[in-house]
Design a protein around this ligand. Structure first.
Ligand code: NA7
Length: 537
């Protein structure tokens, strides 16, 4: 029998990943009664679900992709590698849950199935899949920007008789590829990370590629003792730099244009970064790669030439060449991806020339014939940034569901709040820096803002906070104006929503993080300017 006990809480946090766990920690620190609910059977959010082979941090990792709020935590945790793998990140998040005694207020295997705002009571009423019903003054949606898995709408998918896994919903138990004919659909970050690993043991791997992508060598390496010691010693300085930069790393953005250098100078700089590995080739070389198409083309051609050289068969190499501005789809870090196509047990199926007709019980049928498979891996990505929120679909004022409010354009204030949805806060919501910023750090900064806001409301005995009419439109224009100065909105990608059939095309990231966080501070200092505040009833 389900437990139908009705809990009355001060705040509910949905999600127990980086954002949710820190929000729980902070709100508990205010003396509030808070609980976090998560569908997964472990803490970790995105890192609990994406257990696919080869999964690694695709951001400057090591000691930067982590919480920064506690110097002791930074001191006590050793990141073994420059690009930590999924088990390391999950182990870290489990350590955090234990260290800050978070587990006693986290309910796992507990999906929030309904959330509605009770205007008279100024409270959120929530139904949990366990049968529990909960009410809370504040609702914090830390539901993840890359958590709503995109199952492709390919005819016959449900009829496939072999094993079938989505990279973003990977099972806990080991998956064995040995001796199997494996097919993988999708060549984004997840596919590109998984493909070289699967190819090592599968009898055969067929890669179904719709759009070729740029991948940069990750050159993951162990972090040596001297580097780890220096990082600890210089932590206050490094953290201060992380708070100032565009991406939330301790690396300043370059300002030179790629067109100021000669082709030979550019080549040498790109080569240096290619050998070093990581995203520095795009974000640490020239300042206009993401805003000037001509500059961007210089790096595109450099990487295309690397692909031509890495792949022995010129025809396969040609099919792997991307043709969009580099970086406007998520830039991928790889470990021997292109070289994998030199293996005799790997086939590239170019869906642009040879589209999938259907999935049959035995495999994938394309226009040119059937690929018999024992296992199908869907590396088909996510309904990114808004998907987890619209699937949760909270109902705000007048019972309006969020999915309806956002059926055309999505609209937020500060990427944190939605007009018509009082007392609801988002972490990594649309129109915040989210996926193009250091995500743990971004979550930290947003959670701290939310904590301060709730503390202020409590102090002033206010019962409700909501984005005022019009501020969301203005905010949307600000976000769009910044994006329009870049190349990002021009490409079909999960950033623009183009990967989800029927999704409205709208660029969802605030691309100027320093300006974003400065605005958050100004809004708070002005007594939460742009918000309507309601007295407690
Ligand atoms: P991505 O980057 O969205 O990649 C998904 C891939 O799946 C991409 O190659 C898609 O091709 C392909 N795809 C999606 N639907 C289909 C269908 N119906 N048919 C064929 N191919 C399809 O998701 P990832 O999980 O790899 O990465 C998401 C982020 O997670 C990543 O950037 C990291 O930050 C972590 P398309 O390019 O749309 O033509």
């Amino acid at each position: 029998m389900p437990d139908t006990e009705h809990h009355s809480l001060d705040a509910v946090v949905i999600g127990a990943g980086f954002g949710g766990m820190y929000a729980l920690h902070l709100l508990r620190g205010l003396g509030l009664k808070v609980r976090a609910y998560d569908d997964a059977d472990s803490v970790g959010g995105t890192w609990a679900w994406n257990r696919y082979p080869g999964a690694r941090v695709d951001f400057p990792g090591g000691p930067y992709y982590c919480y920064t709020f506690s110097r002791e935590l930074v001191r006590d945790w050793d990141w073994p590698e420059s690009q930590p793998d999924q088990p390391s990140v999950l182990a870290y998040l489990n350590h955090v849950a234990d260290r800050f005694d978070l587990r006693r207020d986290i309910e796992l295997r507990a999906r929030v199935t309904a959330a509605r705002y009770d205007e008279a009571a100024q409270r959120w009423q929530l139904d949990i899949a366990t049968g529990e019903r909960v009410s809370a003054r504040f609702l914090i949606c830390a539901t993840g920007a890359l958590s709503a898995a995109n199952r492709p709408n390919i005819p016959g998918l449900d009829r496939f008789a072999g094993e079938c896994y989505h990279t973003g919903l990977w099972p806990q138990r080991p998956v064995d590829f040995a001796g199997k004919r494996v097919g993988i659909i999708g060549t984004g970050s997840s596919g590109v990370q998984a493909i070289p690993v699967i190819a090592r043991t599968a009898a055969h791997l067929s890669v179904f590629q719709r759009t070729p992508q740029y991948a940069i060598p990750a050159r993951n390496r162990p972090l040596d003792a001297a580097f780890r010691r220096d990082t600890r010693e210089q932590w206050p300085l490094l953290r201060a730099m992380m708070l100032e930069t565009l991406a939330g790393t301790p690396f300043p953005s370059p300002t030179r244009s790629a067109l100021e250098d000669s082709p030979q100078q550019r080549e040498a700089l790109y080569e240096e970064h290619w050998q070093r590995g990581g995203l520095g080739i795009a974000f640490g070389t020239y300042g206009d790669l993401m805003s000037n198409a001509e500059s961007n083309a210089t790096l595109c051609e450099f990487v295309r030439e690397k692909i031509r050289r890495a792949v022995h068969d010129p025809d396969i190499a040609r099919r792997l060449l991307p043709d969009y501005p580099i970086g406007t789809k998520r830039l991928i870090l790889d470990e021997g991806y292109y070289e994998t196509y030199n293996r005799s047990n790997v086939t590239l199926v170019d869906l642009r020339e040879n589209p999938i007709i259907e999935i049959t019980p035995q495999g994938v049928r394309t226009e040119r014939g059937e690929h018999a498979l024992d296992m199908l891996v869907l590396a088909t990505g996510f309904d990114a940034i808004t998907g987890a929120l619209t699937r949760l679909n909270p109902r705000g004022r007048g019972g309006l569901p969020l999915a309806e409010a956002w059926a055309g354009r999505f609209s937020t204030y500060l990427g944190l709040a939605v007009r018509g949805f009082p007392n609801l806060f988002m972490i990594h919501g649309p129109e915040s820096p989210s996926v193009l910023y250091n995500m743990p750090l971004g979550a930290e900064r947003q959670a701290e803002w939310i904590r301060d806001c709730i503390a202020d409301l409590q102090e002033r005995s206010l019962g409700g906070i909501e984005a005022a009419p019009g501020v969301d439109l203005e905010w949307g224009r600000t976000v769009a104006d910044i994006a329009d100065q870049t190349l990002f909105p021009r490409t079909d990608s999960w950033y623009t929503g183009a990967n989800i059939p029927g999704k409205h095309r709208q660029f969802p990231v605030h691309l100027d993080a320093p300006q974003y966080f400065a605005t958050l501070q100004q809004v708070a200092a002005a007594g939460y300017a742009g918000f309507s505040l309601e007295p407690a009833r």
